[in-house]
Every structure is written in structure tokens, then in C-alpha cells.
Design a protein around this ligand. Structure first.
Ligand SMILES: [Mg+2]
Length: 392
């Protein structure tokens, strides 16, 4: 059996262009789907997939590990930058989809079988609608409470919010008071049985991250995410030691070496590898094995498209330390039109039950994808009040 072609299909979904990867084989009707979505870098990733594909055409798609090694190590440059790692990840997902289809089993059965009956999911405030999640002002605590209440009405038992505003390396009490007011409003709105997470988007400096974490500690967050830049693992570790709130991070890290440092420094309680960036299912399983040794929880970063979600679910079904999966449902109203999924989501609790379809259990509707061709993503840039550059 041979790989005959690797194609990319771009589907514009407002804030993101979903990049679907389709690997074709010389067997009629046998192909695999992957996803390599990387916001604001769509053209670069599609080009990288075209480059990496040269290594794979004519190769046996069932030798996933061998192909992964080729993609990561060959042509001198290792695949540890975000563009190439995303390309490798998308291809890796499609290879696992193919092998599952060959054996007639879901991917999680190739990984040793299910270790749980269902997967818990969480939503973004507003279900992933860009304006609600990213653009609700932290000065508007009531809006945070209303959206949190809505998420509970929609069946969720956990939700993530961006209650920490864009912040200069050092600021006074105003942003901290804003964040505290938002989290207090949400906690009062939904009670103690709902898990709340706050994502800092790595906006604060390490010290501001600690100040925010301390202020929010009384509200017992499920986790506090990316309290400072991912480049500053020591800063994240400092935050983890300063509060009892579990710190989560890792969505921008690539490969086992980056996660090794995070784990060795005991920098967090939750790792958030992104299966479409970290190096695919092959690499995230190595990362998960390391995390098991530290008893650190795993909750994949997954705000992209439907193939990323399917892969995140398959991974979770076979991974003991996996606790919850990020989901986005309200980013575009036609999300369900482009994909047919094998799993089922129970409205009460928003838990995912596995299906029996082989591979990743999905099929992409190419005619629907064609209705949403590439468009430049909406720019999301941040500048502080004095005009200097901030982190979005
Ligand atoms: Mg995040």
C-alpha cells in the first residue's frame, strides 16, 4: 500500500481557516483526514505540508512511526517550529485515521482500548463565538455572569473565560479588580458545582500572573491558564508554587522536549498539548506518557475545527490522565454541515460517548468546505493605552 497524494482543503471559519489534510492511497476509497489549523499562518502551513509531502509520496501509510521520524528529522531541519510541527501533526492524524480504517476500529482501540466510558467537555464563554469569548470587556462583570449562566443552561458543567485583561508588565489594582469582579460574578451566577477556568492568554508578566492568581485564588478555579509567556517556564512554575489553584499551560509548546522541561520544573498541574501542533497523536502520546509519571493531568487545547476535536476525543478515550476536552460549537453556524462525526454528545452534561466508526470516525463534506474558501483571518492585535504592543 502506498501514499499517492497529500492534499489540503482550507475552510474559512471566521476567526480561523480550518486546514483539513487528506491523505490518499493507492487503494480505492481509502483515505485519511487530518487537521493542521494554525490561525494567521494558513498559507505557510499549506506550503509546509506540500514540502513535507515530498518525503511521504510512495511510502507505506501504515508505518506511522517511521514516517513521523522522517517528517521530524529529515532534510536537516527538525520539525520543532510551529509551522512544520503543525504540518506534521495534520499528516500524522490522517495516517492514524487510515490505519484505523484498515483495521476497522476506532483509533482509541489501536492505543490499547478505552480507559473510560465518556469524555467530559468544557466550552468557552459564549460557546466559542468570537465576540463573546475574546471581546467581552472585563469591565462588564455582569456580561460574564450572563454568559456563564447560559453555558450551564446549555448543559455544560465546566467553562473557560478570559477574565484577565491585557496587562502591561506591571499595573496597579485596576486590572486585578476587573478580573476579580468577573470571576466573583460568574461564581455567584453558577455556584460551586460548576468548574470555572480563567485563561490569561499569557498576557501578564510572571509577577502580574502571580498577582492575578492570588486575587482569584478564593474563587477556587478549576485551573488558571497561561499566567505568563510560555517562554518563561520558570515564571509559570513560580505561579504554580504561589497559589493552590492548579496552573494549566502548554498549548503553544511543541514536542516532548518542551513538555519535559515543564514537567521537570513542576511548573503546572495540567498540561494542554494541542494535537494539531504538538506533533500529532504520535507525539502527544509520548507527552502523555511523561505526564503520567508526574501525575499531571491532561486537557488538550482544542479551539480549532472538527478533525482536531475527533482526534482529541480518540486520544482521551485511551489516556488515563486525561480529564476534560476543550470544545467550540458556536464559532460558525454551519460547523456541523462540514463534518459527519461518529461520537455522540449528550446534551445534559455535554459528555461525549464514543462511536464505533473506524479511524477518527469522521468524514469531511468537501462540497460544503468549498462554500467557505480561504479568507484572511480577522486580525486580533493588542496595543496598550500608550500605543506599545501587547499580547492578545
Ligand atoms: Mg489558552
Amino acid at each position: 500500500m502506498k501514499i499517492t497524494a497529500i492534499e489540503t482543503l482550507v475552510c474559512h471559519a471566521r476567526m480561523r481557516n480550518w486546514i483539513f489534510v487528506k491523505i490518499l492511497t493507492d487503494q480505492d476509497g481509502l483515505w485519511g483526514w487530518g487537521e493542521a489549523t494554525l490561525e494567521w499562518h494558513t498559507r505557510a502551513v499549506c506550503g509546509a505540508i506540500e514540502d513535507v509531502a515530498q518525503l511521504l509520496i510512495g511510502e507505506d501509510p501504515t508505518r506511522i512511526e517511521h514516517l513521523w521520524q522522517m517528517m521530524y528529522r529529515q532534510h536537516f531541519w527538525h520539525g520543532n517550529g510551529i509551522i512544520r510541527a503543525t504540518a506534521i501533526s495534520g499528516i500524522d492524524l490522517a495516517l492514524w485515521d487510515i490505519v484505523g480504517k484498515i483495521h476497522g476500529v476506532p483509533v482509541h482501540k489501536l492505543f490499547g482500548g478505552p480507559v473510560r466510558d465518556y469524555i467530559r467537555t468544557y466550552c468557552h464563554l459564549g460557546g466559542g463565538k468570537m465576540e463573546d469569548f475574546y471581546e467581552t470587556s472585563t469591565a462588564d462583570a455582569k456580561r460574564f455572569a450572563d454568559l456563564a449562566r447560559q453555558a450551564v443552561e446549555d448543559g455544560y458543567t465546566a467553562m473557560k473565560t478570559m477574565a484577565v485583561p491585557e496587562t502591561m508588565p506591571l499595573e496597579g489594582l485596576r486590572p486585578i479588580n476587573y478580573a476579580e469582579a468577573c470571576v466573583l460574578a460568574m461564581r455567584e451566577a453558577v455556584g460551586d458545582d460548576i468548574d470555572l477556568m480563567v485563561d490569561c492568554h499569557a498576557r501578564p508578566s510572571p509577577r502580574m500572573g502571580v498577582l492575578f492568581a492570588k486575587a482569584l485564588e478564593p474563587y477556587r478555579l478549576y485551573w488558571f491558564e497561561e499566567p505568563c509567556w510560555p517562554e518563561s517556564v520558570d515564571g509559570i512554575a513560580e505561579c504554580q508554587r504561589a497559589v493552590t489553584t492548579p496552573i494549566a499551560t502548554g498549548e503553544r509548546l511543541i514536542g516532548q522536549h518542551a513538555f519535559r522541561e515543564l514537567l521537570e520544573k513542576r511548573a503546572c498541574s495540567v498540561i494542554q498539548p494541542d494535537i494539531t501542533h504538538v506533533g500529532g497523536l504520535s507525539e502527544v502520546r509520548r507527552v502523555a506518557a511523561m505526564a503520567e509519571a508526574y501525575r499531571v493531568a491532561i486537557a488538550p487545547h482544542n479551539p480549532q475545527g472538527p478533525v482536531s476535536t475527533a482526534a482529541s476525543i480518540e486520544f482521551g478515550l485511551a489516556t488515563p490522565s486525561y480529564i476534560i476536552c476543550e470544545t467550540v460549537t458556536q464559532d460558525v453556524p454551519w460547523r456541523k454541515d462540514v463534518v459527519s462525526e461518529g461520537f455522540t454528545v449528550e446534551p445534559k452534561g455535554r459528555i461525549v460517548r464514543p462511536g464505533n466508526r473506524p479511524g477518527l470516525g469522521i468524514e469531511i463534506n468537501e462540497a460544503e468546505v468549498k462554500k467557505h474558501p480561504f479568507e484572511q483571518e480577522i486580525l486580533q492585535r493588542s496595543f496598550y493605552a500608550d500605543g506599545s504592543v501587547g499580547d492578545w
